[in-house]
Design a protein around this ligand. Sequence first.
Ligand code: KYN
Length: 370
Amino acid sequence: MAQNSSSSVLLTFEADRAAWSSAAWTPLTVPDEAAPDATRILGWCKSSIPYLPSQQRPLPLQTLDVWVPARNATSSTAPPEPSSLPVPSCEDQEKVLVWIVYIHGGAWRDPTIEADSFGPAAKELLKRFTPATSRSSSKNVLAGLASLNYRLSPHPNHPAPDRPDRNVRHPEHLRDVLTGLSFLQRVIFSSTPTENIEFILTGHSCGATLSFQSIMSPLTRFSLPPNLSLCKKPMAIVGFNGLYDLAGFIHKPPKGWEGHVPPYEEFTRGAFGDDERVWRAVCPASAEGDWLGEWLEEKKGAKVVLGISKQDSLVPREQMVVMRECLEREKEKGRGVEVRVVEGDWGDHDEVWQSGWGMAGVLGDVVEEL
Ligand SMILES: Nc1ccccc1C(=O)C[C@H](N)C(=O)O
């Protein structure tokens, strides 16, 4: 049985430590089945942690949220120290400590969708993996969950000329995602006394696009500094209702989707500018070169799960199909990434994260199978 040890975060950089400690741990509670009027603590949450610690005034969208499971069902109500990261201990050498990192959607521009939109799915996952209720047969241990904010492009319906974090273009969204991931990995590796850690990177809509961009070479593809390359790449990428080929959609929409071309073109130009070569280079199903091979070189046995809502009215099923076909073409060349498609009755485009259960089901299965 996994138990928490509240180890202090041993960060090399004082600025990282200050940033991590700047947010308190708050309890996440659920009704207690045993005592109907009481609640029990499911986990602990830190929100709006700035991930650009050296910057004097971090912008509101350059932050991340973290959830960790509570020690056990009757855990004390005293929160962990703000400077700590409670880590489930994992005596069983066979078990892997798994972190899930989520990237929200919103077409690179919607200011009404932020990191906390992962809350419902995070809660479902904590319920499934809380040490007290976790099936002992579960192969792995859920160590924690994180969700990233990143700077956005302007939204015509929500102008905010005074907000520098809502008026950027590619590659700034990805720069923030990689910066947040690096900060998180520094914190996790400095507080977890095991090498046996794996990450699942997951995203919704344009967050799925950003998940795949995160494993591509930042320098050669996006003119970002090479030190933003992830020190540890994810073992699995899980996309929900993802955007994988924007140029393809805009030039040749599926039958019945022609009316969606104007909004797609608007947000694509808003995020990536007018050069269509850039649209192709940023989308995983149309990008050239061997990004998959580069990932698999480091992560043999890596897997991709493409989840789609059958009721999605904003992203057509064909986006998943082109992505699956792209990955399967690579497979024929001998690059074995395992690809799985899950089609769920999860409601419309945003309902899958609003309710959270569909996402949590798919992600929980990936945690157990890793
Ligand atoms: N039309 C889309 C097509 C595909 C993916 C997202 C959207 C969005 O509209 C996202 C967001 N709610 C927006 O206002 O930009």
